[in-house]
Write a protein that binds this ligand. Structure first.
Ligand code: OSB
Ligand code: MG
Length: 368
């Protein structure tokens, strides 16, 4: 097939509750949606980039320009036999993986619709029910955090992830563990610490955490290896893993024992599949990380999470935790035992609410 044109849109969508990490607070998202056209069919992708270059180097603004000026021109009119070719056609672009991933995932969706199969089956997924966790942002007080956790545990979520940062770590985690002795609990530092904090990070071993996510620098594996050697708790890398090569190097150095895969961070489904396979062959658990996605990104995350290696509950949770109204119908719903059943329809398997998207659109571009 040949991709004939690519429509870019930016939508603005307020979060139902602000989300705070060690690198800042988000009250609403500026999301780029990608619609690709070929042979009378369409495919949808969502760029997982943040508004600001604080999680990684990319931002909504940089991704918009990168897709328009580089990714789209590299693939328009090319003969494409498989969606994985998008990855190779755009491989010349250094970094900017969220920009590349937005288009790559859209082409996967289009291909799934063309073959009239669910995207998750096209990807090779085998799990017909996926385990869900939640990621809870930093709260004003420990009491507020405990209340949020209570709500999510009652809703059935199988794993609770809390955000930590210096000054909001040991005592807060201790309070959570005391109140919830039996939950699967993880902490995510989003790179807020250095090796000078080893003593504090070692103390987190007391709390029987499933993992500690990205404690050290966003681009590091060397210091993480040194830290992992001193911790009982498994380190899970998020920010540091951009490719299967990164995963290979991190595992070779024993920098982590678990990997979080985010579609955007690794440039799309093709690389995500490679990381999943690499880790599965080595018994390294992986799980799907979230980037506060709206429905299209969420649906792609669900599809990816059906791959066999995704054995730990992901950050894939219900639409209503984020949005008053999602951009897909039905919204993503979670069963009372904290799972999502992947949809049976073709492509992402959810209907895209184009009317709502049009109403939320703040800019649009058509590249052909
Ligand atoms: O580190 O996993 C992270 C959100 C934005 C940026 C980075 C991260 C997160 C989350 C949110 O933890 C996960 C979600 O989508 O619920
Ligand atoms: Mg993280």
């Amino acid at each position: 097939m040949k991709i004939e044109r690519i429509e870019l849109r930016e939508i603005q969508l307020p979060l139902v509750t602000p989300f705070e990490t060690s690198f800042g607070q988000t009250t609403g998202r500026q999301i780029i949606l990608v619609k690709v056209f070929a042979e009378g069919l369409i495919g949808w992708g969502e760029c997982t980039v943040g508004e600001n270059p604080f999680y990684n180097h990319e931002s909504t603004e940089s991704a918009w320009a990168t897709i328009r000026d580089y990714v789209a021109p590299m693939i328009l009119g090319q003969d494409i036999e498989a969606p994985s070719q998008i990855t190779s056609l755009t491989a010349k672009i250094r970094g900017n993986k969220m920009a590349r991933g937005a288009v790559e995932t859209a082409v996967w969706e289009l291909e799934a619709r063309r073959q009239n199969v669910p995207l998750w089956k096209l990807l090779g997924g085998t799990q017909t029910e996926i385990a869900c966790g939640v990621s809870i942002g930093l709260q004003e007080t420990d009491a507020a955090l405990l209340k949020k956790i209570e709500t999510e545990v009652s809703a059935g979520y199988q794993r609770i992830k809390i955000k930590i940062k210096p000054g909001r770590d040991y005592e807060m985690t201790k309070a959570v563990r005391k109140e919830f002795p039996n939950i699967k609990l993880t902490v995510d530092a989003n790179s807020a610490y250095t090796l000078n904090d080893v003593k504090l990070l070692k103390k987190l071993d007391e709390f029987d955490l499933l993992l500690i996510e990205q404690p050290l620098a966003y681009d590091d594996i060397i210091d993480h290896a040194e830290l992992q050697a001193q911790l009982k708790t498994a380190i899970c890398l998020d920010e540091s893993i951009l490719s299967v090569d990164d995963a290979r190097k991190a595992l070779k150095l024993n920098a982590c024992r678990i990997i979080n895969i985010k579609l955007g961070r690794v440039a799309g489904h093709t690389e995500a599949q490679k990381i999943e396979a690499y880790c599965r062959e080595r018994n390294i658990p992986v799980w799907c990380g979230g980037m506060l996605e709206a429905g299209i990104g969420r649906a792609h995350n669900i599809a990816m999470s059906t791959l066999a290696g995704f054995t730990l509950p992901g950050d894939v949770s219900a639409s209503k935790r984020y949005w008053a109204e999602d951009i897909i119908t039905p919204p993503v719903e979670v069963t009372p035992h904290g799972t999502i059943i992947p949809p049976t329809g073709a492509g992402i398997g959810f209907e895209v609410n184009e009317k709502r998207i049009e109403a939320l659109t703040v800019r649009k571009d058509l590249i052909q």
